[in-house]
Design a protein around this ligand. Sequence first.
Ligand code: C2E
Ligand code: MG
Ligand code: MG
Ligand code: MG
Length: 287
Amino acid sequence: AAKDGGRNTIRDYDPAMLVEAQARLLLLQDLRKAVDAGEFTLFLQPQTGADGTLVAAEALIRWQHPQRGFVAPGAFIAEAEESGLILPIGDWVLMEACHVLRRLADAGSDCHLSVNISPRQFRQPNFCAGVIAALRATRTDPRRLTLEITEGIAVGDCADTAAKMSELAALGISFSLDDFGTGFSSLSYLKRLPVREIKIDRSFVQDVDSNSHNAVLVETMLSIASRLGLKVVAEGVETAAERDFLEDRGCAVFQGYYFDRPMPVEDFITKYMKNPEILKMEEPAHA
Ligand code: C2E
Ligand code: MG
Ligand code: MG
Ligand code: MG
């Protein structure tokens, strides 16, 4: 409406928009500084069997803002994606995750690690090279690494997406379809792309034992996964009743507050590794 036949446009002025724009600008400035100052850290959340036995962990980024404290990714990943800052952030996450995997392997653990990959990061022409470089630099077995992707990655050039995934899958890297069921094309992705695992989105897991709508959807997802030979992780499991419902229907791996919250790497090592003392002496070389 701004150029509506030369009419005065002041009447369309919305102060809330200006406030929002200023807040975004501030966030962007802070985010730039954070990339340079290295204000990010990875938290790990365990993925376990129904009895709590560790199988894997998901790496979840946290921003340690000098004034605001820990900032959750929901408050900055979208802005990082839009501004392109997700590229240096994503590189850092991958390298840091590979360092964590090296430390876990050195402890004799066969714990796998899942890393969230943003669409923009994945679409970089040198994405595969970056992943391979991080694995090499840390002497990490690619079979320990899972990349969590969402439907957003294949917007645009689907052939390119499939080619990249195949290249990395051939090295032993697994792909997991995150937030499964929330998008519009989850099923066609399973057909077209080399996905090894689905993560049932938290919104379906919530109250699955008492919400009949969620129950039907989750049962269907488990059935599809089983028939296609896909692994399943149920995300956001908060109660024993949810776990029991899922376990009874064949779900084998669980992630959620009922089991444990995301925690600093050091806490994860102390809690889940058999020999944490050995590990604590080894700090990541680039820290
Ligand atoms: P996601 O990949 O679906 O990760 C799961 C989110 O659910 C995490 O939120 C986790 O803390 C939360 N969660 C796990 N169990 C429970 C539960 O029982 N109840 C509830 N209410 N929540 C639970 P978080 O850490 O805030 O991350 C949010 C999103 O930010 C992630 O969703 C992911 O999309 C994105 N993200 C996180 N780390 C990274 C990263 O390193 N790179 C990129 N590109 N995105 C990331
Ligand atoms: Mg994830
Ligand atoms: Mg998820
Ligand atoms: Mg999610």
